[in-house]
Design a protein around this ligand. Structure first.
Ligand code: ADP
Ligand code: MG
Length: 397
């Protein structure tokens, strides 16, 4: 945990607040990005995921204001966005184009929180919010859930809302789905809100029940290395929606509400019911769900060094069955494994972003060098390689 980096991003948010709004904030709140250890594209299939919060965080400096208006500012944009809180209902979802895309995240959270709490927007205290982040953007580390989580904890406290952490995560998801228009599941927000140091969150995406799972990486001498390919993904466009549709087709063909209800034994029956592509999409989700459960079991029974094969199998399934990898991600995984990583896989929604590798501490440099060399040999832009530490979830700084 880099405490200095943590403090300095909060200071950037505070300085931005003073610069844009000409006053002191009352405090800063923050929420982390996340890495998903295993369980990819299982969330919207009502399945299981195992993310952990990381040390990179988005901080928000906040002060209330008298006039029932909300202003948001970010290091991303020269101009703040301002409107009355009771205008949010008219803005989302239909007129979202009237505000810049980045502003839809925090404004969408404000909108979803007011709706969830039943508060009358006309009675809510106005707020100014200024954001700064150390979470890499679009790298599959969920800077989106970080900004949503930071906004949710800051506003819930300021407005005195009695919503629990799961409700705050749900407001973040609603903002992302309806205010931004990205059809994502709830994993990222749950990790950002519920994360714990040295632990992952085992989440049942159907019941939203969670279990804190000790990782014990530090004790086992392991580091999690992120290899960010720099290839940008987009949730709003491209293959993500197509994958969701394939999963829905598979569930419909088997007559179940979601692929969570399908076991490996059911796959044989499915083969005759759907086309090959749909079949392989379903097989990824069904086997991935089993790998998540198996990873939780292995962590507790054998410790973290034993989960490597599950990570590798997860990557192969995403590459071959779900077809959401890209050559850069495959190269990162192969380079890490050949340099002695315990396991490696792409993480996040796919089509770019980052791979993670579980690596013995004394091999981190070798993995980094191998990834950089392999990218260079393939003519890819050099990756950004760094380590992440399982860290605490959202809160007041
Ligand atoms: P990821 O979550 O993988 O980083 P997404 O596309 O889901 O990628 O979310 C990234 C988007 O979230 C950014 O393009 C921006 O609109 C918004 N965002 C994230 N962090 C911030 C921030 N600190 N300030 C303003 N907008 C942000
Ligand atoms: Mg995101």
């Amino acid at each position: 945990m880099t405490d200095t980096a943590h403090v300095s991003t909060a200071d950037v948010a505070r300085s931005l607040f003073i610069e844009r709004f000409g006053a002191e904030p009352v405090g800063t709140w923050s929420a982390p990005g996340r890495v998903n250890l295993i369980g990819e594209h299982t969330d919207y299939n009502d399945g299981f995921v195992l993310p952990f919060a990381i040390q990179h965080r988005t901080h928000v400096a906040l002060a209330p204001r008298e006039d029932g208006r909300i202003r948001v500012a970010s290091t991303f944009d020269d101009a703040a966005v301002e409107l009355a809180l009771d205008e949010l209902d008219g803005l989302f979802p239909g007129r979202r184009d009237e505000v810049p895309e980045w502003a839809r995240y925090p404004l969408g959270v404000a909108w979803a929180l007011l709706a969830a709490s039943g508060a009358n927007p006309a009675d809510a205290t106005g707020v100014d919010l200024a954001f700064a982040s150390s979470v890499p953007i679009g790298a599959g580390l969920s800077s989106s859930a970080a900004i949503e989580g930071a906004t949710a904890v800051a506003l819930a406290e300021t407005w005195g809302l009695s919503l629990d952490r799961v409700a705050l995560a749900q407001a973040g998801r609603r903002a992302e789905n309806e205010a931004v228009g990205a059809p994502t599941g709830i994993m990222d927000q749950m990790a950002a809100l519920l994360g714990r140091a040295d632990a992952a969150i085992f989440l049942d995406c159907r019941s939203l029940e969670t279990q804190v799972v000790d990782l014990g990486f530090a004790q086992a001498g392991l580091e999690v290395v992120v290899i960010d390919t720099g290839v940008k993904h987009s949730h709003a466009t491209g293959g993500y929606g197509e994958r969701r549709a394939a999963c829905e087709r598979g569930a419909a063909a088997l007559g179940v509400p979601a692929l969570r209800d399908v076991t490996v034994d059911d796959l044989e029956r499915l083969a005759g019911l759907v086309d090959d592509v749909t079949f392989r999409r379903v097989r990824h989700v069904v086997t991935e769900n089993e790998r998540v459960i198996e990873t939780v079991r292995t962590l507790s029974e054998q410790g973290p060094t034993a989960i490597g094969e599950l990570l590798v199998a997860s990557h192969a399934s995403m590459r071959d069955d779900f077809e959401i990898s890209v050559p850069e991600l495959d190269t990162a995984v192969e380079a890490a494994l050949s340099a002695g990583a315990v396991g490696a896989r792409m993480t996040g929604g796919g089509f770019g972003g980052a791979a993670i590798a579980l690596v013995a501490r004394d091999r981190v440099e070798q993995v980094r060098d191998a990834a950089i060399a392999a990218f260079s040999a393939s003519g890819f832009t050099a990756p950004t390689v760094f380590t992440v530490v399982p860290s605490a979830g959202a809160g007041r700084d």
